[in-house]
Design a protein around this ligand. Sequence first.
Ligand code: TNX
Length: 527
Amino acid sequence: MRVLRRTLGTLLFLGAAVSCAASPDADARPGDGRPAALAPYAQLLPAPASARAEGPGYAVGAGTVIRTGPGGDEEVRRVGELLADQLRAPSGLPLPVVDGAGGDGIRLRLDAGAEVTGVEGYRLEADPGGVTLTARTPAGLFHAGQTLRQLLPVAGPGTVPGGEITDAPRFAYRGAMLDIARHHFTAEQVKRYVDQLAQYKVNTLHLHLTDDQGWRIAIDSWPRLAEYGGGSEVGGGPGGYWTKDEYRDLVAYAGERYVDVVPEIDMPGHVNAAQASYAELNCDGKARERYTGIKVGFSSLCVGKERTYEFIDEVLGELADMTPGRYLHIGGDEAHSTPAADYAAFMDRAQQIVGRHGKTVVAWHQLATARPAPGAVLQYWGHDRTGAAEKAAVAAAAKAGHPLILSPADRLYLDMKYDLTTKPGLAWAGFVPVRRAYDWNPGTYLAAAGVPQSAVLGVEAPLWTETIATRADLEFMAFPRVLGLAELGWSQGPADWSEYSRRVAAQGPRLDAQDITYYRAPDVPWS
Ligand code: TNX
């Protein structure tokens, strides 16, 4: 009965959401009740900081070239080649990449003195003579190119509408996390996700590489971690792991798309796979059984043993050596089997080790209850029911100078079900419909707890994979909610659901063209 009432309630709620989104507004065609197609500049997702459509545009056609000069900067050439690749398939055009600035076409201009904001900002100008992308860095040019893709049709040649866009991100950190420990995902599958994310200007991929159910990264000094500890996953499947070359290759691939990889080795809890691989990592000296269930909080490294710190030093050292980005994530969540004093002592040493390997610590926000090292970044994964004391500890850390990455579980956890109909996923933080994932303000989210806006480094959407084992399920849970993450991370806001939901709908044909399995959520006015 209770379930029935909830079902009815949800149906009524969804019905209301649909009719509301479909009701005529300022941009709607009168009569048919459906929103009119958005003008191209108004379709962009994430929304640019400023855009002005004006005059005739540039027709991209058989003669169009991509110009990456002058100066022959190699990286700009690479950005140009990548953009050409991305535009060739949908347009069906040859789009050769040439050096030299003169002439019409799509021009990529690196200009250290350009009047654009920050390292990722860019300008895009289109008129009948061509499209000019200007930025201070190749990253800015890459983002400009992703905007250009959205100004062209999903299929066939087309015209970039005339006008000018000046754009820069709201937050420096715009991340997605993928848990490849609960279920193994290949580096090729993750590359596909990187491409999907980078087009929406997401610039960080956090990889949850190890957990109770599997250790997914080869470590030379502790080979059984991957060879034995990688051979399991949730549900009893074969698991698997990445070789160092596969990891390096993924990191390079992401880097070419201006996505930094933040690798996570979760500790002192979530370590059963390591403790199954090496008896010496257990206080009792006995190896654990491999684990394929979905409980959390039962494992802990042996805090009092010196060998534990040799282990994390060697593991984090090898990981730091193959990771060009500045961060190493050391987990620190749900250490329910580690007494609080032991936890704090352990995290002190783990943080020192990260620092010795030249990296900056990221940890889940539980580190706030211990002693975060200077500069350590905390990742907040609380939700509306998180207690005041926990939030206060996070706020104290933020006020002491620790940057925060916001991943509220009831907003950005992509493993939460959308609604009652969602087959994969969990619901411990509640359902997260598309609107809920978007309709909040990261800048003020923890303001009531005392977190200043300036402490917010950015946002991240984690995808835990206890219930997600396939590419299709991964995409279904991520899309379209991860667009909300992209929008919140990049655009200035304030959130305006009815306007945003129409831009999500406008992405539908692009997601289809990329063969992305997404949820046609009933709260989005898909055409
Ligand atoms: C909480 S969030 C966890 C993960 C689970 C996830 C499932 C966090 C830091 N820990 O171990 O996979 O919930 O939603």
